[in-house]
Structure formats: C-alpha cells, structure tokens
Design a protein around this ligand. Structure first.
Ligand code: XIL
Length: 371
C-alpha cells in the first residue's frame, strides 16, 4: 500500500512537472531568523492537493487555517459546532510537529448574522453578547487546548484612521470587547500565546492606535504575546520606514511581531485601495487581469526584486520578528485570484501554479547570510 502511494505520488509529480526536493528548504534557511509558515485550505490537509501538502511538509514549520476555524465554519448555528475541517488541520500540524496558529476568534467577517441577534432578531445587549463570545472562545480554544499554540484572538478591530472599526462587536459590547476577548482566551488556555492581528499597520494612525491598544491591554494585566501584521502587500507599499517604525514600536512594548498573511500583489490596482478588507469588491474588467497566460519576464523580475527587498527588511529585523506566514501555498489557490476582483490570475506567492518555486523564491533564499 505504502509503495503504491509513493509510486502514485511520484507519478503525479512527474506528470505535473514537479521536481520535488532540489530547492533549499525555507524553514531551514530561515531557522535562525523566524518560523516560516503558510495558511492552508482544507484540500491541503484532506489529501485533495498532495503536491501542496508536500510543499508545506518540506518548507514550513508553522500553519494557520485559511478559513476553517472562522466562526462561520466552526459555529454555523447557535449551539451547533462543526470541527471536522479544523480537526483535520490540527492533526496535520501535530503529525508534522508544526507550530499551529488558530485564526480567528473575534472578527466581524465570516460570522453568521445570528451571532449578534436574539431569537426575535434584536441586536444582543452587552451581557448576552459577552456570554456568547465567551461560549465561542471557550468551546473553540477548549477543544484545541495544548494543541493550537497561538491564537489570533481579535482580527481587524481598528480602522485605518486609528479609531475602533464600526462593527457589531463594538456596537453590542463597547470598545472593551477586545479586552474581554483576551481575558476569555487566556482563561480558556493559559498556556496559549495570544495575538492581535490586522492589516495596514504601517499607516501611522493605525500604528499609534495599535500601540494604544497594546498598552491598554497590558495596563489591565491581560496577556497579549504579539501582534500580527497581515502583510497583504503591494509593489510599492509598505515603505521600509513605515514597516520598520511599526516593528520597532511593537518590539518596544515587548510584543512578538509576526507577518501573518504574506502575499505580494503584482496585478494592477483596482481602486488604489491598499488594505485587505474582504468586503471591498471591484468588478472584473479586462485591464485588471493582464497576465492570464503568465507573467511577462519584466514583471516577474519586478516581483522578484520586491520580494528580495521585503525579505531583506524582515531578515534585518529578525531579532524582533517571530514568524513569517504566507497566505496560501501556491499561486493557483491564493485568495488574490478572487479578491478584490473575482476571477483574476494572480501571482502573489513563492510557488507557481505548477507547484514550482518561482524566481522570487530564490531571491528570498538569498536574503539570508546563512546560506
Ligand atoms: C480570506 C480567505 O483567504 C478567503 O478564502 C476568504 O474567502 C476570505 O478571507 N484578512 C484575514 C483573512 O484575516 O482571514 C482573510 O482570509 C484575508 C484578509
């Protein structure tokens, strides 16, 4: 049976033109710098995408579920939890001795409408909402206690202007919903690391708001271990200065800094928007999807240079950075094929549509002096 699996794996690899094995191993090359990871969809862990699984097992020592731990998946109805896919992901991570990140407990997206209302469809009051939040956090963290190593407790609670984002969490509970989420998460698993995660943290107003948030949580004696910079980046943002300013501000507060959702968008901007709000949508137009048949060499080179530039910054600041996680494994299944424009051909990761390491992969490897 084992031989059969091995033969069919090799056959798949040959047919798809995959050369497993000869490129350097990301997690080894960066071992002295930070953990290297990827967000996984269910196909990767369930055996439907064995080539992607092979990349993950070879190159990464930390994983994050791309979707399967979000409220809408694990808690689709009141009093009904569904952990099938999340269990598979955790088992995959444990089998491979990986650092497992839970994503995410308190977020305003990918959460069903019922979560914020009572049986008569009225918005919940503070106490009822907090009770529901606590039940959710205790149930999800409780199931993976001792298995999931760190949690994105709260995701995207700040606006780009540095105010609290106007969400149902804020409306029902008030602005201490963040503190409450961290309090419950720590109660649910005192040994788990707890993070705040957001995008566009290089924007000075958002940086300052994150500093205030971390100070506020610490002043309340709450556990917060780190802050995740999502890292949905572009060809000319963030700037080195702004990125380093954020990394330094967090390090000064004793926070672990993590790049949690890295991808680099090479496609023409649909609307000059630089954030990662999944509600932003732009209609598909031909000029927004110029590389359907592959990246021209000059664009490939620009992407390669951009990856080199970004990793040079990360390596330089490696003493403050704990983990770098890509938002996906290879270009074909990146969420950027469908966001903010549905149906584009996107090239944001280090492995191409045929699972092959791209020139950007080699450039990233070269940013570290250890190899
Ligand atoms: C994205 C997933 O990649 C998509 O598959 C899904 O349809 C929408 O959400 N910020 C986050 C992630 O914190 O959870 C989002 O993931 C991308 C933006």
């Amino acid at each position: 049976m084992k031989t059969l699996i091995a033969v069919s794996l090799c056959l798949t690899a040959l047919l798809c033109g995959v050369a497993f094995g000869d490129e350097p191993v990301l997690k080894d090359v960066f071992a002295k710098h930070f953990l290297m990871g990827a967000a996984l969809n269910d196909d990767v862990v369930s055996g439907n995408d064995v080539n992607a699984a092979a990349i993950v097992e070879k190159h990464f020592n930390t994983i994050t579920p791309e979707n399967v731990m979000k409220w809408g998946v694990v808690h689709p109805e009141p009093n009904k939890y569904n952990f099938a896919a999340a269990d598979r992901l955790v088992a995959f991570g444990q089998k491979n001795k990986m650092f497992i990140v839970g994503h995410t407990l308190v977020w305003q997206n990918q959460i069903p409408r019922w979560a914020f209302v009572d049986d008569s469809n009225y918005l919940l009051g503070r106490d009822a909402m907090l009770a529901r939040m606590k039940d959710h956090i205790f149930t999800v963290i409780g199931r993976y206690k001792g298995k999931v190593n760190g949690w994105d407790v709260v995701n995207e609670a700040l606006s780009d202007e540095g105010t609290f984002r106007k969400t149902k969490w804020l409306e029902t509970v008030g602005d201490d919903f963040i503190a409450k989420a961290f309090e419950y998460a720590h109660e649910a698993d005192p040994n788990a690391e707890l993070y705040y995660n957001d995008f566009s943290l290089d924007k000075p107003a958002k940086r300052d708001a994150t500093v205030r948030l971390v100070k506020d949580l610490k002043s309340k004696d709450l556990r917060i271990d780190g802050v995740g910079i999502q890292g949905h980046w572009g060809m000319n943002y963030p700037s080195r200065e702004d990125l380093e300013a954020f990394i330094n501000a967090m390090a000064e507060l004793g926070m672990k800094v993590m790049i949690t959702e890295l991808d680099v968008d090479v496609l023409p901007s649909a609307n000059q928007y630089r954030g990662a709000d999944i509600n932003v949508r732009v209609e598909l137009q031909k000029e927004l999807n110029p590389y359907v048949n592959g990246l021209p060499d000059d664009v490939q080179q620009k992407l390669t240079d951009r990856y080199a530039e970004l990793f040079a910054i990360l390596v330089k600041n490696a003493d403050k950075i704990d983990r770098v996680t890509f938002w996906g494994v290879y270009d074909k299944t990146s969420w950027l094929n469908d966001w903010p424009v549905r149906g584009r051909t996107s090239y944001p990761l280090l492995f191409d549509r045929n699972y092959k390491p791209k020139p950007a992969f080699d450039a990233v490897i070269k940013t570290t002096p250890s190899k």
